[in-house]
Design a protein around this ligand. Sequence first.
Ligand SMILES: Cc1cc2nc3c(=O)[nH]c(=O)nc-3n(C[C@H](O)[C@H](O)[C@H](O)COP(=O)(O)OP(=O)(O)OC[C@H]3O[C@@H](n4cnc5c(N)ncnc54)[C@H](O)[C@@H]3O)c2cc1C
Length: 413
Amino acid sequence: MANPDVFVAGAGPVGLFSALSLLERGVSVDIVDALGPHLVRGYACGLQPGVLPRFDRLGLLRPLLAQAHRIDRLALRGRSGATCWVSFDRLRGDYPFMLTLRQSALEELLENALAQRGVRVARHQTLQGISPRDGRVQVTIASTHPARSEPRLGPPQRTTRESAFVIGADGSFSACRKALGIDLVELRPPRVFAFYDFHADLSRCQREASISLDGGAAAFWPLDERSGRWTFELNEGFADEPSLGQLRQLLRERAPWFVPVPEQLCWGAVAEFESRVARRFGNGRTWLAGDAAHCATPIGFQSMNQGFCEADDLAGLIAATLRGERLVGAFAEFERAHQALWRRLMGVGQVAAAAREGRADPRAMPGPSVFAHALNPGSTSPGAGTHPARQPATPHSAVRRPRAGTTGRALAT
Ligand SMILES: Cc1cc2nc3c(=O)[nH]c(=O)nc-3n(C[C@H](O)[C@H](O)[C@H](O)COP(=O)(O)OP(=O)(O)OC[C@H]3O[C@@H](n4cnc5c(N)ncnc54)[C@H](O)[C@@H]3O)c2cc1C
């Protein structure tokens, strides 16, 4: 098997997008994932206006538009109702809208696009180690065929591969990040969120999302005319599984202005989200993107959307390096820009300023500026979009997968 130019670890949305962006730039790629296909999950369900040009450049906007749901404006509300609206058509650019679709559908779309370009995800292949070798990177992979997933059935088969670069898009517990010895810096305390995907008649609000900051962050995202997602920040997790009754109670308490009546719950989860950014986005020939490099609250879909920007920027830098272009300081600039962006997104300056001025700690709630950034990721990062440059920091975002008995349980039907 020929060694690829780039080895991508992790076939979540960011890893798949990395592979597509590399291929578009003429870079050969192998992509592996520790797990099998067909995960049914809702998770991040929104694409912000700022990432749509990148999807368009890869020829992915048309299939996305065929499947996704278009959101034209965002209402910022208090408990009693609307306070102000953000219309996406006021944004500069050709994509004055957001798109919502479930993460599992997005992953399927990206994986199909990859297959059409002749690249298949190698499943049940776990990256275990990375070491530099003669100006390249050697990766160690353990093959864990489903039938071997029980440890007592024998040790997994190990192989080594070489590539010019590695992109670690292997999620919160990134083996790539650990192999580089990069830790995560906590920027805000962890917070617990409950997710409810439900069916209801949403015909009167199908193009409008809502974010409320009253009594904790909460967001409503229509997924189509008949289904939507509510996300609520909680003071603590529920002991019970997410239920229709809980959703209705939260709506009465926190969003009494929401008129549609949820009729059926189709997916729910409670999970704790840390707010962390990797101390570095990478090193030498191994770089991190997405949840491997950061974890943010789910309200504005920042971690995934910013992950697409990081992946795309990295693909550009790597392609230019492989073409033999001398990019003096470009990876360092990538690191600097993405670190700075994440600190702004997480309101680090606001916290320090509040402490200096003796004001209340604003960490309890994300400020509207956080959402403003969230709506247009990459807009403040140099080189975003067309030019290959910048680097991702080593994230370590810790979305902890929902765990029964701690923060709550996932419910999938
Ligand atoms: C219950 C829940 C609800 C969520 N809801 C939201 C939301 O509403 N909004 C939002 O913005 N975000 C949400 N998220 C977070 C969102 O899912 C992530 O931000 C997003 O998946 C990040 O994409 P990624 O590709 O960076 O990482 P991931 O999606 O985590 O993908 C990483 C991939 O790497 C693979 N992998 C891991 N280790 C290895 C290894 N050693 N070798 C090979 N492969 C490996 C994994 O199997 C996985 O497929 C939610 C998460 C959870 C758990």
